[in-house]
Design a protein around this ligand. Sequence first.
Ligand code: PAF
Length: 292
Amino acid sequence: MLVYSSPRELAAWRDRVRGMGQRIALVPTMGALHAGHATLLRAARAQADKLVASIFVNPTQFGPLEDFDRYPRQLDADQAVCREAGVDMLFCPPREDMYAGDHSVYVVEGRLTRGLCGPHRPGHFRGVLTVVAQLFNMVQPAVAMFGQKDAQQARLIQRMVRDLHMPVRVLIAPTVREADGLALSSRNRYLTEDERRRACALSQALRLGEGAYQRGVRDADEVCRQMRKHCETVAAPVAIDYVEAVDFERLEPVRTLADGVLLAMAARIGGTRLIDNILLGRERILGAFDLV
Ligand code: PAF
């Protein structure tokens, strides 16, 4: 596996690969790789001739009170995960190559960011879209793979690619979970033993919502109320940012549950903010959203 930090080396490698007519798949990450990332990498591996992973803890997507400084950095362990998953080239650029001192151009989305995490993390998606656009321009992948756990992020990137005519197919891979349902996240390591136990409440609540849908319940407000109540009871003390039912196309709240509705929630347990979601009828709408 090649490991580059210089955009110039990356560009030379990319041009060689593309010159041979080969397609590149990209999995952008912030490192602290876990089994969820390994699954993304393996899924992306199957989509192209060469697999690139990037590791960059992107400062512009963290709010001033968020965990940029303590975000886990573990390059050796991450390299092992990448090697194991068949990565051909790992790109780890330094901050100054992504953001010059006078960097002044950002990608801002004005619709899908209005709800869910948007209002709770001002500027977050501007940072995400900006760095992903940079990586797409640098790596020039044919395909990029993102996880459904960050569903809003993945849909925003699909929208960016559509609206800015970026020649990249953005695929969304299913969330990987612990045996008890907790969605894998690099931030789970912040949880104490007690918080970790309480954190299961999120996935339990989502399963409860999905179960209600499968039994024929269609009232979105009622289902969200039940999910919230479950989370407040099992995860207490917990600060819930939102429990919402939105359509996966526009990420706008719906009144009636149907296939293609995303049940999504975000909550703080101790000092850790967790997000999770479930997409109703996922297997029936795969093609519409490039879900894999
Ligand atoms: O999901 C992440 O790890 C990040 O938001 C991403 C897409 C790598 C951009 O920094």
